[in-house]
Design a protein around this ligand. Structure first.
Ligand SMILES: NC(=O)c1ccc[n+]([C@@H]2O[C@H](COP(=O)([O-])OP(=O)(O)OC[C@H]3O[C@@H](n4cnc5c(N)ncnc54)[C@H](O)[C@@H]3O)[C@@H](O)[C@H]2O)c1
Length: 270
């Protein structure tokens, strides 16, 4: 390990179980010397295994529904108390579509579900940064990262309304990132990750076929959750101080591909 986060303090949202991308980020951040608070929605805390991760990484858990500004305010205040000062990094690793969960088609959603999914998956990032910014909770040269997916730019029909939520999320990163950079020298980026077998990922219809398609299309293959955690650590480290307002593809090259030999094999007639 490289001690890349020695002395740094942060908040990690979204670790549900050991498959979660946020779980791997917490493990790697701990290995790199960071101290942090773990958070998730109260319901997820009951279902998940977060206390195991907390024990392993010496972290405390503060429940927060990321759609509640009240919960987020409490979280940020408590985190600063526990960690003894301002924060250097925050990971937003949250996504959920009620329409996907309930099997509603993109062409005929229930709009209450649409609104709820948008609030959880996208607006929660704005609310989080609102609290961090207005409480002046981030140290200069701090780093905020949210996770996203390429359906924000291109059509993946089964990703449903999460595509729209991710487009909104990426826009918030740029818009809020401007103010955070200008006023607090804090950077804000999104990482656009390969399909990854987690609880959220596997909720997408046809996920297995899709993950092997992406694997065959990407020259380096799909990026794993652990590899995503490694990349996230670099964005939290001092080695990336001037990277901000970016949507950074971490996908083995998938996003720039047209077609690959492995995919073509399925279409060439003998
Ligand atoms: N798995 C993939 O294929 C993939 C690909 C690209 C991007 N992502 C993104 O990565 C992030 C993490 O997802 P994951 O794949 O690790 O799955 P995951 O299911 O392990 O994590 C999603 C997390 O969101 C949390 N969450 C849901 N509602 C919440 C709320 N109201 N308040 C606080 N937390 C809430 C869940 O409890 C869970 O911990 C998401 O933003 C997801 O969209 C995933």
């Amino acid at each position: 390990m490289y001690n890349l986060l020695k002395g740094k303090k942060g908040i990690i949202f979204g670790a549900l179980d050991e498959k979660s991308i946020a779980w791997k980020v917490a493990e790697r951040a701990h290995e790199e010397g960071a101290e942090f608070v773990l958070t998730n929605a109260p319901i997820a805390l009951r279902m998940g295994q977060l206390s195991e991760l907390a024990e392993k990484t010496g972290a405390q858990i503060i429940p927060a529904d990321a759609t509640s500004v009240e919960d987020l305010t409490n979280l940020v205040e408590k985190a600063m108390e526990i960690l003894g000062g301002k924060l250097d990094f925050v990971l937003h690793s949250i996504g959920m579509s009620v329409n996907v969960r309930k099997g509603k088609a993109y062409t005929d959603p229930k709009y209450d579900f649409t609104t709820k999914g948008w609030d959880v998956s996208a607006v929660s990032f704005h609310k989080t940064m609102n609290v961090l910014y207005n409480k002046n909770a981030m140290n200069e040269w701090g780093s905020i990262v949210a996770l996203t997916y390429m359906a924000a730019q291109r059509v993946f029909p089964d990703y449903n309304d999460m595509a729209d939520n991710k487009a909104y999320l990426e826009s918030i990163a740029r818009s809020f990132g401007y103010f955070f950079g200008r006023d607090h020298k804090v950077r804000v980026n999104t990482i656009s990750q390969s399909p990854t077998p987690t609880t959220a990922g596997q909720g997408v219809k046809g996920f297995d076929g899709f993950i092997s398609y992406a694997e065959k299309m990407s020259p380096l293959g799909n990026a794993t959750a652990l590899e995503c955690a490694d990349y996230t650590i670099t964005l939290f480290s001092d080695l990336t101080k001037k990277v901000t307002l970016q949507n950074l593809f971490h996908d083995g090259g998938f996003s720039n591909m047209g077609v690959s030999d492995k995919v073509m094999e399925h279409f060439i007639e003998e």
